[in-house]
Write a protein that binds this ligand. Structure first.
Ligand code: PMP
Length: 354
């Protein structure tokens, strides 16, 4: 009889991705995708590449894409790393920079992949409670043993944390890496990316994605920006697994997404405008909505069981996100769709609320 192999890697608490229903009638507001299609220039670049030299390997150094990202961010190509979605970039960063056995700090309410990676790489963690108003407090992240990571804006709360506070965390952790996960930063009106701080703080790694503001969740391209020493650390991990991380189609599409700045800006503003209307419409219905710097809102209504409402909406083919963690179990996270999707969302929400 053949032996049943048990993987060496421990099955801890696997990440549970948001539901993906392939029903065209579903209004899908549960995974913070961009409601708009990618730029036509992106589609053209991918199509041209698909009919080109797909028999060849892609560039292992992804120079053109890194140049395009560097240009948009006012940094150099040497400051940029790219990977298969920011989830992969995050995994590489955990492996590269957070030492096994030393304690990592991150907010208790934040991206649910952090504890998954911590357990995978044997990094103990201190999941720090948020303040009562769901904001972070810089002092809680001082003197970390292994490092610090937090999303900004935070997920799922949607709250942006001012750079002054981020700086205090960087200053109090000069010997370890501080990762700022900026998946949603482009939607933070009045907010500023921590990329502007990389020259001042060599311990800062900023991680961003094309999945949200650049409407390319299906292409899987994420990136990190930091000093070349940090970028080289990530390259070392990448080259140990797969030196061709980014495929040809993704290279072409993502490069064009960074070059087509007009389209990016138009859709970014559209999402922000719809968010403003969504917040007003929720408040009109008695919801409390946290101040959002993201392409989603986090809302609760006194006297309403959020899990039940989530189920009622699902029965009406509207998918939003509900988390079972008791600290946030009375909230729903609602991604911002198109104006038409949000109108339909409110119609079905009103039916559910009667
Ligand atoms: N960071 C945060 C805070 C997120 O919410 C997400 C999206 N679920 C990611 C990273 C990963 O995004 P992606 O892998 O699509 O780049």
């Amino acid at each position: 009889m053949s032996k049943f192999w048990t993987p060496v890697v421990k099955r801890t608490n696997p990440y549970v991705p948001g539901e993906q229903l392939n029903d065209p009638d579903v209004i899908k507001l549960n995974t913070n995708e961009n409601p708009y299609k990618p730029s036509p220039r992106v589609i053209k670049a991918i199509t041209n590449t698909a009919t080109g030299d797909m028999q060849k390997y892609p560039s292992p150094t992804a120079d053109e894409l890194r140049e395009a990202i560097a240009e948009v961010n006012g940094v150099k190509k040497e400051n940029v790393f790219v990977g298969n979605g920011s989830d992969e970039v995050l995994a590489f960063a955990f492996y590269a920079f957070f030492e096994e056995g030393k304690t990592l700090k991150f907010p208790a309410i934040s991206y649910s992949f952090y504890p998954v990676y911590s357990k995978l790489f044997n990094i103990p963690f201190d999941a720090i409670p948020l303040q009562d108003d769901f904001t972070l407090r810089a002092e809680h992240y001082f003197d970390a043993e292994a490092g610090v990571i937090f999303p900004n804006p935070n997920a799922p709360t949607s709250i942006y944390w001012p750079l002054e506070q981020v700086k205090r965390v960087l200053e109090a952790n000069p010997d370890v890496v501080v990762i700022v996960d900026e998946a949603y930063i482009d939607f933070a009106v009045g907010g500023e990316s921590a990329v502007s701080l990389i020259d001042q703080y060599p311990n800062l790694l900023v991680i961003q994605t094309t999945s949200k503001s650049r409407a390319l969740a299906g292409l899987r391209v994420g990136l990190a920006i930091g000093q070349p020493e940090l970028i080289e650390g990530l390259v070392r991990i990448k080259d140990s697994f797969n030196s061709y991380t980014i495929d040809q189609l993704a290279l072409a599409g993502a490069t064009e997404a960074f070059r087509d700045t007009d389209y990016f800006e138009e859709k970014r503003q559209a999402v922000i405008a719809t968010r403003t209307e969504t917040v007003a419409a929720l408040e009109k219905r008695g919801f409390d909505v946290l101040p959002s710097g993201a392409n989603f809102v986090f809302a609760k209504k006194d006297g309403i069981d959020a899990e039940r409402l989530y189920e009622q909406l699902k029965a009406k083919k509207v998918l939003v996100r509900h988390f079972k963690d008791p600290l946030i179990a009375n909230y729903l996270r609602i991604s911002i769709g198109t104006d038409e999707q949000m109108d339909e969302f409110f119609k079905r929400l009103d039916e559910a609320l009667v």
